[in-house]
Design a protein around this ligand. Structure first.
Ligand SMILES: NC(=O)c1ccc[n+]([C@@H]2O[C@H](COP(=O)([O-])OP(=O)(O)OC[C@H]3O[C@@H](n4cnc5c(N)ncnc54)[C@H](OP(=O)(O)O)[C@@H]3O)[C@@H](O)[C@H]2O)c1
Length: 263
């Protein structure tokens, strides 16, 4: 029998993120939306970033509000520094300085064997992923340094260390993201800022909705826990790293993949 998540954290009365101001990129759908709801449930004021899905982002905000939390939807293309900077200002004006940043927005990519990969597509994925990390960090780190505290969590992928067929751009981009986050952990630790990575395996979101069901079923069978990931599984790992309980954890790479990736 396959064990399914109990979601105990959703019903818990503990407020692990009380008084925190969080910005989550790509929070209108998937892993970002689940993270926004969970961190909001735990007391954080949440900036719900979206790019194209305004209605979905507003829905996330409404769910957080009806759960007793605080959130606003903020539009920005994470690949554009001016838009990112304006978004950070908006969230800070609404709730105060951001102390927790979740880098999550999904930079899309074609699944293509290396021999057929066009440089333009490869470059777009690399730049999209790295701009989507560099720009939000550039915009929030100065105020984290002023506060002498901060937490940055990037959503990488198990592919950053264990590539799969057709994913060369994704693997390369995510391993660049891992190295970037480790560099921040090194450079910013003395300012009380932690930086960590969560690495999901195959997770059931819109990004993977187009995969054939047989592929997803076969993939689940290779996972020691015998199922694919859910957005809520990744959100829980992010909460764990974001909370004060993880106060001495930085530079870490946390697989969230039911045991398919063991370090
Ligand atoms: N799903 C998986 O199997 C899996 C596995 C490993 C890692 N990951 C990683 O997990 C993260 C989330 O993926 P997901 O599966 O949750 O994706 P998803 O369900 O497809 O959602 C993607 C999110 O990213 C946002 N986004 C896309 N481009 C953006 C941009 N330029 N600026 C701002 N936001 C943008 C979308 O916003 P709009 O809809 O508003 O445009 C949406 O909220 C990604 O970093 C992905 O690489 C996913």
């Amino acid at each position: 029998m396959v064990a399914t998540p109990s979601h105990t954290s959703q019903t818990s009365e503990s407020k692990l993120m009380r008084d925190r101001v969080v910005l989550i990129t790509g929070a209108s759908r998937g892993i970002g939306a689940a993270t926004a709801k969970l961190l909001g449930h735990h007391g954080a004021a949440v900036g719900v970033n979206y790019y194209g899905s305004e209605e979905a982002a507003q829905q996330v905000v409404e769910e957080i509000s009806s759960d007793g939390g605080r959130a606003i939807a903020v539009k920005a293309d994470v690949r554009d520094f001016q838009q990112v900077d304006a978004m950070v200002q908006k969230v800070s004006e609404a709730f105060g300085a951001i102390d927790t940043l979740v880098i999550n927005a999904h930079a899309g990519f074609p699944m293509v064997p290396f021999v057929d990969y066009r440089w333009e597509d490869f470059e777009a994925k690399l730049l999209g992923e790295l701009k989507g990390a560099f720009f939000p960090c550039k915009a929030v780190v100065p105020s984290m340094i002023e506060q002498n505290r901060g937490c940055i969590i990037a959503v990488s992928s198990s592919s950053s260390r264990n590539p799969s067929q057709g994913f060369s751009a994704h693997s390369t981009a995510k391993s660049g993201l891992d190295a970037f986050i480790k560099s921040l952990a090194l450079e910013l630790g003395s300012h009380g800022i932690r930086a960590n990575v969560v690495a999901p395996g195959l997770t059931l979101t819109d990004a993977t909705a187009g995969l054939p069901q047989e592929y997803k079923d076969a993939s689940a069978q290779t996972v020691p826990m015998k199922r694919n990931g859910l957005p809520e599984d990744v959100a829980s790992a992010i909460l764990l790293l974001a909370s004060e309980e993880a106060r001495f954890i930085t530079g870490a790479y946390l697989p969230v993949s039911g045991g398919i990736q063991m370090l």
